[in-house]
Ligand binder design. Structure first.
Ligand SMILES: [Zn+2]
Length: 491
């Protein structure tokens, strides 16, 4: 982690960080917010453009209804109040990737305000982080500084992204540590993903985050001067950047100097932030109501209609799954990491006799193998139906854990589902007690030293004997029978 080595923990402890986050999420509409151009990522530069998103004079914006619906849905998931009448405003600034010279955004009347989410804290408690507002706006284009031959001498502009719909989610300055900022972002992303309004893909820029951070002596009410860290491309880097920036600010204050309000960039390779420009104030943008758009009205009826489509959110889902399937909170945490995984788990849990066993198999047998192969749950060769079947076979003791592992290995090797592999291999568990006893006798005869120790009181050696018998039976002996028979023979 990035640290300035000079700062002693005692000095660091004197100050309290204050952090607020601004998150932009790209809404998953097929077309842009004010025109019918495609929002598809990765198209050749400047092919998804028209007079509206190029900002040509006289072109008129038409609001995308789905973008509004998605923004309202996200706002409802974040416990915001929806404003019945909100206003689009022009945010004026010059930048090469903004041909109009202004961005259509929302200013003093955003579509939603006064929300909150509860982030997990150490010790199993939670802390409520306020969400000041969620507003709709259009994205700007993109300046390209490398990747093309001509880029060596000049900057290229791609306007495919110009006019892509964004929801900007602004938090209250409620976070008090980089870790809390990390938790907030993780939970926010999880909630947005559950609503389905964005894919939150940071590599493709569909989730971007700016952080405002200041420090103040502990106990002081008044906020210190803040700096803004822009466009950091992973949550881990944001945590590191904040860590660095907090220490930098404390050092400046400790040396008797003042913090300058400015925008800073984070260099992840060096673990440091650098000054980019002095921070703009809202009045620098000369906001005024967008004259080409009517006020946006989301009446109570439409709000209710949208709320009706709100899915069960991660926290509520975890609580229900713990109660419904008898799984642990830890299981629920892992199994709800994405909505798809949770859906798939529930499908298997409902089909199987013992849902807890399904939870164990998904985590113990499926996820590790998926990770090793670099696969997503959707690409798993073993379907949830297959997981449910394997859980039932284990439950009825038709196969042992060892055989199950082998079958999963084969399924992943061949890219086949569990039932296919099982039907072909049809591994039978040996439940013939005479056959198992014969193996046990052989194992005991071959391990006189362990036998003596066991009879001398070292009963934990039972595990050794079970292991040897299972190995000798190529994993096919019923572990339960092996245990019972061994105990009686050894005893
Ligand atoms: Zn367009």
């Amino acid at each position: 982690m990035a640290t300035l080595t000079q700062l002693s923990p005692a000095v660091r402890e004197k100050y309290e960080p204050v952090i607020g986050l601004e998150v932009h999420v790209q809404l998953l509409t097929a077309t842009k917010i004010f025109c019918s151009c495609s929002t598809r990522f990765g198209a050749p530069p400047n092919t998804n453009v028209c007079p509206v998103c190029l900002g040509l004079p006289g072109a008129l914006p038409v609001l995308n209804r789905k973008a509004v619906k998605f923004a309202v849905l996200a706002a409802q998931a974040l416990n915001c109040q929806i404003r019945e009448t909100s206003i689009f405003a022009r945010k004026n600034y010059f930048y090469p990737d903004l041909p109009k010279g202004y961005q259509i955004s929302q200013f003093d009347k955003p579509v939603a305000e006064h929300g909150w989410i509860e982030i997990p804290c150490p010790g199993g408690t939670t802390r409520r982080i306020g969400i000041t507002r969620l507003h709709l706006e259009e994205d700007a284009g993109k300046s390209i500084h490398d990747g093309f031959p001509a880029a060596a001498a000049s900057t290229l502009i791609d306007l495919n992204r110009s006019g892509v719909p964004l929801a900007e989610i602004v938090s209250e300055p409620d976070m008090r540590s980089p870790q809390e900022a990390y938790e907030y972002l993780t939970l926010l992303k999880e909630i947005i993903l559950y609503t389905g309004v964005s894919d939150c893909n940071m590599e493709e820029g569909s989730l971007r985050c700016d952080a405002n951070v200041s420090v103040r002596p502990r106990g002081q009410e008044k906020f210190g001067t803040k700096t803004e860290i822009k466009n950091v491309n992973s949550f881990r880097f944001i945590r590191d950047a904040l860590e660095y920036e907090i220490e930098r600010q404390i050092e400046i204050i400790e040396s008797g100097e003042r913090i300058h309000q400015e925008t800073r960039l984070y260099n992840s390779a060096e673990g440091k932030t650098y000054s980019m420009r002095s921070k703009e104030q809202a009045h620098d943008y000369r906001y005024f109501p967008e004259p080409d758009l009517l006020p946006l009205v989301v009446d109570a009826r439409w709000q209710a209609e949208i709320r009706h489509t709100l899915p069960e959110l991660p926290e509520a889902r975890r609580r229900r799954m713990v109660a419904e399937y008898g799984i642990t909170e830890q299981d629920a945490q892992v199994l709800t990491v994405t909505r798809t995984l949770a859906d798939q788990f529930e499908e298997a849990a409902k089909a199987a006799k013992n849902p807890k066993r399904v939870a164990n198999l998904v985590q113990g047998e499926l996820m590790g193998r998926l990770k090793a192969k670099g696969l997503e749950i959707e690409q798993s060769p073993v379907s949830m139906k297959g997981v449910a079947m394997s859980a039932d076979l284990l439950e009825s003791k038709t196969i042992s854990g060892k055989i199950l592992k082998d079958l999963y290995d084969k399924a992943f090797e061949n890219g086949e589902d569990f039932p296919v592999v099982y039907e072909r291999e049809k591994p039978q568990q040996v439940t013939d007690s005479a056959a198992i006893e014969k193996i046990i006798d052989e194992v005991i005869a071959a391990s006189p030293k362990q036998l003596e120790q066991y009879r001398g009181g070292k009963t934990t050696l039972i595990g050794f004997f079970v292991g040897q018998v299972m190995k000798a039976s190529k994993g096919q002996a019923s572990p339960e029978m092996v245990n019972d028979l061994l105990k009686s023979k050894l005893g």
